[in-house]
Every structure is written in structure tokens, then in C-alpha cells.
Design a protein around this ligand. Sequence first.
Ligand code: FMN
Length: 181
Amino acid sequence: MYIKTIIMEFIELAKSRYSSRKYQDKEIEEEKLLQVLEAGRIAPSAANKQPWEFIVIREKENLEKICGTYQRDWIRAAPAVIAICGDHKQAWHGSDEKDHTDIDIAIAVDHMTLAASDLGLGTCWVCAFDKELCAEILGLPEHIEPIVLLPLGYPADQGDPNRHNSQRKPLEEIVKWEKHS
Ligand SMILES: Cc1cc2nc3c(=O)[nH]c(=O)nc-3n(C[C@H](O)[C@H](O)[C@H](O)COP(=O)(O)O)c2cc1C
């Protein structure tokens, strides 16, 4: 019964997160911001390498610069953007040389988006930005890649509550039992 309750709460939390593309003109409390960052910090990573850096951008001038790497104006309303960067030198490379940076970063970002949602904050994964320009703005060395921009703020929009039915594939389509075919 205990486990069931936790799972139900988790599904509720996961469903509460959506891509917010409108933000209120309201600062984020320092404590909440730190809780979001903490959620990223504790994420698992391949061989526990934690190959990430979370760069918090809040100053107006820096926000303008970073938002200029993404060609959508909505991002400019966010009071903060976290640039989640992956360190390809630190990341685990398997015996087949597979670089696990992207996987590790995705887990950390997922933790952060869920924590934010629980705190009443909106986020939106942004990957379609100019990485070269972003790396230059942030002063990143070659081996550290900006992978996700995560705008963060109090949302001024709402997610479609039905989207997990209407915009997600049904289980029957994606789950295979024992083998592909
Ligand atoms: C890896 C990744 C990259 C994404 N990049 C962008 C992006 O560049 N711009 C954007 O507006 N949304 C982006 N999204 C948001 C997706 O479009 C969104 O998560 C998806 O449509 C599902 O909607 P939901 O987040 O509201 O549930 C990205 C999401 C993921 C997971």
C-alpha cells in the first residue's frame, strides 16, 4: 500500500510537468532554485562520473545574451535559465567508447524539471539553440558542451491535462514483451 501511494504520487508529479513557454514576471526564491539544483546534483550517472555543470543565469544582461542563442522570443520572459553542460572528458566511456554524457545530462535535467514542477515552477527543455555561440558566451572549454537550456520561472500558462492520452503513444504500441518481433 505504501509503495503504491508513492508510485501514484510520482505519476501525478510526472504528469504535472509540462513544457511551459510563458512565464510570470516574478523572481524565483533562492531556496526553490537551490532545491531544483539539488535535484540535479543527486541524479545517477554512468560510473557515478557526474559529468555536469549547471550554470545559473539570472542577470538581465547575461539572460539577454543566452536567450539570443535560441530563436524563440518566449524564452526571454523566464527570470532564470540554467545551462546544463556536459563534460565529455569526465563522462564515462564504455569499452565500446560510447560517450555517456547525453544520457547523464538527460537524467539530471529530468530530476530538475520534476523538482521544479513540484515547487510550482515551470520549465521547458530547450536543445534547439546555437551551441557554439552559447559555449562562447559561457566561456566553456572545448570538452564542455552546453546540452540543455532550461528556462525556469513561475508559469503563466497551463499544460493540456489530456496530453498524456492524446499526445503520447499508447503502451501497446511501445512495449514489446521478450523481443522485438
Ligand atoms: C531532449 C528535448 C529537447 C527539447 N527541445 C526543445 C526545444 O528546443 N524547444 C522547445 O520549445 N521544446 C523543446 N522540447 C520540449 C518538447 O517539445 C516537449 O517536451 C514535448 O513536446 C512533450 O510536451 P510536454 O513537455 O509539454 O509534455 C524538448 C524536449 C526534450 C525532451
